[in-house]
Design a protein around this ligand. Sequence first.
Ligand code: GRF
Length: 217
Amino acid sequence: MTRKRVGVLISGRGSNLQALIDASQGPDYPAEIAIVISNVPDAQGLARAKAAAIPTLTIDHKGFPSRDAFDAALDAALNEARVDILCNAGFMRLHTPGFVERWRDRHLNIHPSLLPAFRGLDTHARVIEAGCKISGCTVHFVRSEMDEGPIVAQAAVPVLGDDTSDSLAARVLEAEHRLYPRALALVASGAVYVRGERVLGFTDYQSQVALFSPPLG
Ligand code: GRF
């Protein structure tokens, strides 16, 4: 099995990165993490990568005159590391349309809501405020608009009556850690493909793309 080389972009804590690292250590996992790049020099996720002996790089956006220049540096580093698939994991910068185009359909993001609902920041507070009974997370291919693009997989969790945005965030985060490695495996193994704005599957991928926690009874 040739494992796809994955680049992970982070800006902070890196708990999703950790979930990807853990999964990629399995002998049958179809992807390996080739490099972790942070735009924030002291991002906690960098230490997680180092602990797993994964090469890391900091490309601080503050050192670049424009978004184009920053994305060009990012692109060069990813190419040098021979990255096949890119995963944003809590990466807090918007990409330029040119960058998005270069990585089209091999670039994933995870967002802590059931897209296309609740794009953007402060997701959990807005979900609670709206009175939603279910929330969750989505892994999708990246497009130019923030939190938009073909959906690879989603996980649903209940919203409880006494939830705060912190308690809901923690429940969704647990689901993120289960979902992201599965979604990446589907993409890396070639089990899914993009048609129009939908992701479809070649094989028995359905059981992997919709998770319910707790399972529907
Ligand atoms: C996650 O909730 C992810 O969905 C969002 O940013 C957060 C990153 O957390 N895009 P971590 O850095 O992976 O712990």
